[in-house]
Design a protein around this ligand. Structure first.
Ligand SMILES: C[C@H]([C@H](O)CC(=O)SCCNC(=O)CCNC(=O)[C@H](O)C(C)(C)COP(=O)(O)OP(=O)(O)OC[C@H]1O[C@@H](n2cnc3c(N)ncnc32)[C@H](O)[C@@H]1OP(=O)(O)O)[C@H]1CC[C@H]2[C@@H]3CCC4=CC(=O)CC[C@]4(C)[C@H]3CC[C@]12C
Length: 273
């Protein structure tokens, strides 16, 4: 990303995004609660490097994306966008919106990403959600793609992704009206997987992350690779890659350790090889 915006809140000294590793889990926290964690250039830059860290560091097996202060993300910062409209960056070619890595558009993690949502996840907030694999929300969370209300376009990928993730007619209505959904409705539609009491989304996400981190990392990453590779394809186009990816897992040392641990009635010790 080349465009930079000077933040007006110079008093804010904490980084716009916090990245913390706990064991095999990386926790990425969008951190501009005074603006409902609206996306800044700095936040997106930190998220981009966090995604590289997830993909490159074998010690990291799962990632959680959350927001500070009881909010997930209110999308693009509409205040700074008034000072420097994104259209300028699109037009002068300094920003290519075909890949928005921070928002996971045109770029995916090779490890599972769990969203822990509290409060609003609006516009860019619901857009990045669609790039996550497992989604947990507090019961007061709200979701929506509000761009059309401001005559903007959901540049984070929702016009393509949302109709693939929830029923077409609901996706069309959300994208075209900008209406928001509560967490129970989002769960009913399959946009999220879990609704928990407010304030407990991160704990639930952590519980799921720990379950995944205890599994064979090669198996987990291979399953995810096949899921990503086969998206939108006829199943007959997928079996060759499915078999190749699966066979590599069966050939690993971890694939011997798992059944051995079962026989010996102990927890497996996976090493990712
Ligand atoms: C193109 C993508 C993306 O698709 C575009 C968007 O995301 S458009 C964003 C639309 N957002 C909204 O419609 C949400 C607006 N907010 C609300 O509706 C409500 O605030 C709320 C429901 C979220 C919360 O309501 P509350 O009642 O709880 O709180 P409220 O009192 O309203 O607010 C509290 C204070 O928070 C402030 N606030 C809230 N939301 C925002 C916001 N979105 N922006 C700024 N401030 C916000 C509110 O004003 C209150 O403050 P006060 O001081 O108390 O008044 C684009 C997504 C990211 C873009 C990239 C960003 C970085 C870039 C920079 C560049 O220079 C180049 C371009 C780019 C890379 C840019 C490119 C486009 C994106 C990818």
């Amino acid at each position: 990303m080349t465009a930079a915006i000077t933040e007006p809140d110079a008093a804010e000294t904490a980084p716009d995004c916090l990245v913390e590793q706990d064991g095999h889990v990386l926790i990425v926290t969008m951190n501009r609660p005074h603006r409902r964690n609206a996306l800044s250039s700095e936040m997106l830059r930190i998220m981009e490097s966090a995604w590289d860290r997830v993909n490159d560091d074998p010690e990291i097996r799962v990632c959680i994306l959350t927001g500070a202060g009881g909010y997930f993300c209110a999308g693009m910062d509409l205040k700074t966008a008034n000072e420097k409209p994104p259209s300028e960056s699109f037009e002068d070619g300094s920003y290519d919106p075909t890949v928005i890595k921070g928002l996971l558009k045109g770029f995916r993690l090779t490890k599972p990403l769990i969203a822990a949502v509290e409060g609003p996840a609006i516009a860019g907030g619901t857009e990045i959600l669609q790039g996550t694999d497992i989604r947990v929300a507090g019961e007061s969370a709200r979701f929506g793609v509000a761009e059309a209300r401001w005559s903007l376009y959901p540049m984070g990928g929702s016009a393509v992704r949302l109709p693939r993730q929830i029923p077409y007619t609901v996706a069309a209505e959300l994208l075209l009206t900008g209406r928001t959904l509560g967490a129970p409705e989002a769960k009913e539609l399959g946009l999220i997987g879990h609704v928990v009491p407010d304030g407990e989304a991160l704990a639930k996400a952590r519980e799921i992350a720990d379950q995944i981190a205890a599994n064979g990392p090669l198996a987990v990453q291979a399953i995810l690779r096949t899921m990503r590779m086969s998206e939108g394809k006829h199943e007959d186009e997928c079996w060759a890659d499915d078999a190749r990816i699966g066979a590599a897992v069966f050939s690993s040392a971890d694939a011997k350790e798992g059944p051995r641990a079962f026989l010996e009635k102990r927890a497996p010790r996976f090493e990712g090889r």
